[in-house]
Write a protein that binds this ligand. Structure first.
Ligand SMILES: Nc1ncnc2c1ncn2[C@@H]1O[C@H](COP(=O)(O)OP(=O)(O)OP(=O)(O)O)[C@@H](O)[C@H]1O
Ligand SMILES: [Mg+2]
Length: 447
């Protein structure tokens, strides 16, 4: 859950060490924190991985068998300058750590280090990495406000601007990755509440009990584990807007309390009988068919009726092809700046490929495709082979026993199960995990 900003990217971490036991320990420790982790034991593997994938952070052991860790570091600084590199070194080799810092490493850790030291180093470096990429993001998004050449979307945006200044609750519909979160933020900015907070709640990430306390707050001692009183998100959003993202996953049993709050602006904290008030404008979004869920008794009709005073439906990217190339150009400009890469634009063939593609993952997919292309393109013009479309068409699903990591297999399996399921709930059931875990994994694996 976050306020205002886009979901925080999970860190993508590369571990380089020639001792498999250390790689394993580090990997478990970092994966526990929700990071995506890949490992390499030599320069060859580093090169292959850096060619295929984007990393934010690397833990690099300077003693790599016969290879010189400083050379690996030099290669990384030149090839992927945005990646932060933390050197891992034995106490006896502290001098080389100094050389490494002078050669561009961000920090160093002395072996043996505790899991806590490793976690702290990772979170500190990832925060720094995120801050620098956020700065670039802001300078680019300021240049490219939400706009479109597609008549369908132009209509939606025009309506959105007009209703932004009213206090009407707005429901944003659209397939995954169409920009519902972006639109919610824009509506808040355009509204007269724009200088107050926009508080976001990702509905599937919380159980019913946690959701109630997260929304309305609780008193100390209200339930086991409630060691402090909390105010809740509704109070935090007082005067501003509350964005209920993925509202289709809002717990059914808690819907009456949300309904009452929307109707009367009144609520109580858990364990506190005092009735409180908050002036909050409700924005919500989903890619689930709420009408159908109402018919099936999985969503309350009276709540839907309160949420969708205005409904805005974002078209999928395939229905606004006019915008594909401009979006792609903007993403490319942003990522080549972020990653210091040479690409200047898309070749004619690449443009045609971008226009032909069906974009089932909409803008999120376009962004990911362009991010990857910006990195692997070694020259001025991005070519079709940098876009990585073709293998998708064939039956290149990984098989059990193939030479690939558990994480890659997990990603492929989850994405196949989601594609065959009617809802996230159903997919979670098939996978044998709860919906909030699936939600987390989905973001983590950029599915
Ligand atoms: N008009 C736009 N210009 C640039 N980037 C955009 C635009 N719209 C969306 N994006 C980017 O595309 C990605 C997906 O957008 P967003 O998260 O808002 O989609 P969504 O519809 O909320 O998806 P989901 O249903 O999966 O939550 C984000 O990285 C977002 O920053
Ligand atoms: Mg969203």
């Amino acid at each position: 859950m976050q306020t205002g900003t886009e979901a925080q990217a999970p860190g993508r971490i590369l571990l380089v060490d020639d001792e498999p036991a250390i790689l394993r320990t580090f990997r478990y420790c970092l994966e526990d924190q929700g990071y995506q982790v890949r490992t390499a034991t030599c320069m060859d593997q580093v090169e292959t991985l850096l060619h295929k994938q984007v990393f934010d952070l690397c833990f690099l052991d300077l003693r790599l068998g016969d290879e010189d860790g400083l050379q690996v570091l030099a290669y990384m600084r030149q090839r992927v300058p945005w990646m932060r590199v933390v050197i891992v070194t034995a106490h006896s080799a502290i001098d080389t750590a100094v050389d490494a810092i002078q050669a561009g490493a961000a920090d160093y850790l002395v072996k043996p280090c505790t899991p806590e030291q490793l976690r702290q180093a990772a979170s500190k470096q990832l925060l720094l990495r995120q801050q620098s990429s956020q700065l670039l993001l802001q300078s680019h998004s300021a240049k490219h406000p939400l706009e479109s050449h597609s008549p369908v979307l132009m209509n939606v945006l025009e309506t959105a601007k007009q209703v932004a200044s009213t206090d009407a609750n707005i429901l944003i519909l659209g397939e995954s990755g169409t920009g519902k979160g972006e639109l919610a933020q824009a509506i808040h900015r355009w509204s007269k509440r724009g200088n107050k907070s926009l508080v976001t709640i990702n509905c599937p990430s919380l159980t019913t009990e946690l959701m109630e306390s997260e929304l309305f707050g609780h008193n100390r001692g209200a339930f086991t584990g409630a060691t402090e009183s909390t105010f809740g998100r509704v109070s935090q959003a007082d005067g501003g807007s509350l964005f209920l993202d993925e509202i289709g996953d809002f717990p059914l049993t808690l819907q009456p309390k949300l309904l009452r709050f929307i109707q009367d602006k009144e609520f109580e904290r858990i364990g506190d009988p005092q009735t409180r008030r908050a002036d909050v404008r409700i924005l919500s979004a989903t890619n689930l068919p709420l009408d159908e869920m109402v018919r099936q008794g999985r969503f309350r009709e009276d709540l839907l009726y309160r949420l969708n005073v205005i409904t805005l439906t974002l078209p999928p990217l395939r229905e606004r092809r006019e915008d594909i190339l401009e979006l792609a150009d903007n993403f490319l400009a942003r990522f080549v700046a972020e990653y210091s890469r040479p690409a200047q634009g898309f070749s004619e063939e690449a443009r045609e490929a971008l226009l032909r593609h069906a974009w089932p993952g909409n803008i999120r997919e376009l962004r990911n495709v362009v991010e990857r292309a910006s990195i692997i393109c070694p020259e001025e013009w991005v070519q079709p082979n940098h876009l990585g479309f073709s293998p998708q068409a064939g039956s290149s699903q990984p098989q059990i026993g193939d030479e690939l990591s558990l994480q890659a297999l997990e990603r492929a399996h989850i994405s196949a199960v989601m594609a065959n399921s009617k809802s996230l709930d159903q997919a979670a059931k098939t996978l044998g995990i709860d919906a909030s875990t699936l939600y987390r994994k989905r973001k983590q694996l950029s599915l």
